[in-house]
Ligand binder design. Structure first.
Ligand code: ADP
Ligand code: MG
Ligand code: ZN
Length: 471
């Protein structure tokens, strides 16, 4: 039978606060085991939590950036469960009064994926399995998280991926998290069920825990979809349970039966006061949000005239977008700036982390000044390109490499002389060209460009070469 996927994601995002959610320990990743800890975050009796205001602020920003309503009143609750990574035997989270609710993320196909809620909570410690023993590292315990719960609106593996990519991009833009999946600062639980195409009711779901890479998330989803389809085809029920994905074997495996909210015996955290967020505060945060990736993309396409693929590449990382905007300020055609960034500059910042940090040797003003020379016709595209390489190598402005002489351009007589020389010095290329080898022309052109030190206009030179050969 043909089935339709129904999926909802629970995404945990570690917040980039300097200190933990209920104490002043550092949130820094790594460090020797159990060195980023204090009596509060290892849950010693008699200690009291104090809510870090920055956590609430960041969660409000996350909510606003994903079109949520911000609750004027919310509270923290205890979620009780017994596991060694949780020293208090309960996690302080939010149950029935989350800070944010009713938001959405819009995908590129126009579908909106609802966000049921965003709540704040503390992370647990980490179990380390070594030499047959299990050790526990509480450095991560008490690191603030937001959990972003989506509606079961996702209908394909591709949509799931794009949803998470968009969340990641937005959270990075507003600066609340670095969202590094490989370091666990963004991880997803993926809920999956199938229903026969055309059926309205949802099927029974399973939940795959802790996906920390896009590739594994896609693989795990595909595996689980086909596992459930096989069960349904053979008339067997899907059991509601919590699964783990085993990377080495590309399959899912049962971790435990699914808990009910009842199993957690939620109750209000008595040691923390109600969280109040007045409307004025919400509006203050809304006004302070930066332009988000989607509106930015639209603006690049509609107002700056960039092709969509260019706009996509430029908005993906906030620092790249900021560089582009500063560099195209006042230039005639921002596409020229986009080309320099996507072409020559991206060749030097290849991976995701490098693009995220976007540390390059020149400030955006240097690129703008260079492109302005092109705008005003003082230099040609090829000189722009070679100069940009030198600028990137050295960190110096264009004026270091472009002389008065270059700016004067090349007069028609000199160009003609250079072309004639190229023909005389390369008789073989000329006869190759006459014999039908188009490529030979490029090598002749290369000589002209080189001898003009990049000042000649390639099109002009090419036409002149052809004319001279034919004459
Ligand atoms: P819990 O907190 O017990 O895991 P929730 O009802 O809060 O359960 O749902 C958790 C996630 O599971 C949500 O993202 C929701 O969209 C998703 N979900 C709920 N029902 C289904 C279903 N039948 N199929 C797929 N996903 C579902
Ligand atoms: Mg869940
Ligand atoms: Zn602490």
């Amino acid at each position: 039978m043909k089935y339709e996927l129904v999926s909802g994601l629970e995404t945990h995002v570690e917040l980039a606060t300097n200190t933990k959610i209920f104490c002043s320990c550092t949130t820094e990743f790594g460090g020797d085991q159990n060195t980023h800890c204090c009596p509060i975050c290892i849950g010693l009796p008699g200690t009291l939590p104090k809510l870090n205001q920055k956590v609430v602020d960041y969660a409000i920003m996350a909510g606003l950036a994903t079109n949520c309503e911000i609750s004027p009143i919310s509270k923290m609750d205890r979620k009780n469960y017994c596991y060694p990574d949780l020293p208090k035997a309960y996690q302080i989270s939010q149950y029935d009064m989350p800070l944010c609710k009713n938001g959405y993320i819009e995908l590129s196909n126009g579908r909106k994926i609802g966000i049921t809620r965003i709540h704040i909570e503390e992370d647990a410690g980490k179990l380390v399995h070594q030499r047959g023993n299990t050790y526990v590292d509480y450095n991560r315990g008490g690191v603030p998280l937001i959990e972003i719960v989506s509606e079961p609106d996702i209908r394909s593996v591709e949509e799931a991926r794009e949803y998470v990519e968009k969340l990641q991009m937005i959270m990075r833009y507003i600066g609340v998290s670095d969202c590094k999946m490989q370091e666990g600062s963004l991880r997803c639980d993926v809920n999956i069920s199938l229903r026969p195409v055309g059926q309205k009711e949802f099927g029974t779901r399973t939940e795959i825990k802790n996906m920390n890479s896009f590739t594994f998330m896609e693989k795990a989803m595909k595996y689980e979809i086909s596992r459930q389809a096989d069960l349904l085809d053979s008339g067997q029920p899907v059991v509601q349970e919590t699964l783990r994905y085993i990377v080495e074997e590309d399959r899912t495996e049962s971790m435990r039966g699914k808990e009910d909210a009842n199993d957690y015996r939620y109750f209000r955290e008595p040691d923390l006061v109600t969280i109040e967020v007045p409307a004025e505060k919400v509006e203050k945060f809304r006004a302070a949000l930066p332009e988000l990736p989607d509106p930015k993309r639209h603006r690049y396409i509609e107002q700056l005239g960039l092709p969509e693929p260019d706009a996509n590449l430029l908005v993906k990382y906030r620092k790249v977008a900021e560089f582009f905007e500063a560099a195209s300020d006042g230039v005639k055609n921002p596409k020229n700036v986009a080309n320099c960034i996507i072409g020559q500059i991206f060749r030097r910042v290849e991976n995701e982390a490098q693009k995220e940090a976007f540390e390059i040797s020149i400030p955006p003003e240097y690129l703008r000044d260079l492109v302005l020379l092109l705008d005003s016709g003082k230099i040609k595209m090829n000189l722009l390109k070679s100069t940009l390489e030198k600028m990137l190598d050295s960190g110096k402005p264009a004026s270091e490499f472009i002389s008065e002489n270059d700016l004067a351009g090349i007069d028609p007589d000199t160009l003609k002389t250079l072309c004639t020389q190229a023909l005389e010095q390369n008789p073989n290329a000329v006869s190759d060209y006459l014999g039908g080898k188009e490529k030979a022309l490029k090598s002749l052109l290369g000589h002209v460009m080189k001898n003009s030190r990049g000042r000649a206009d390639a099109m002009e030179a090419e036409q002149l070469l052809i004319a001279l050969i034919r004459s």
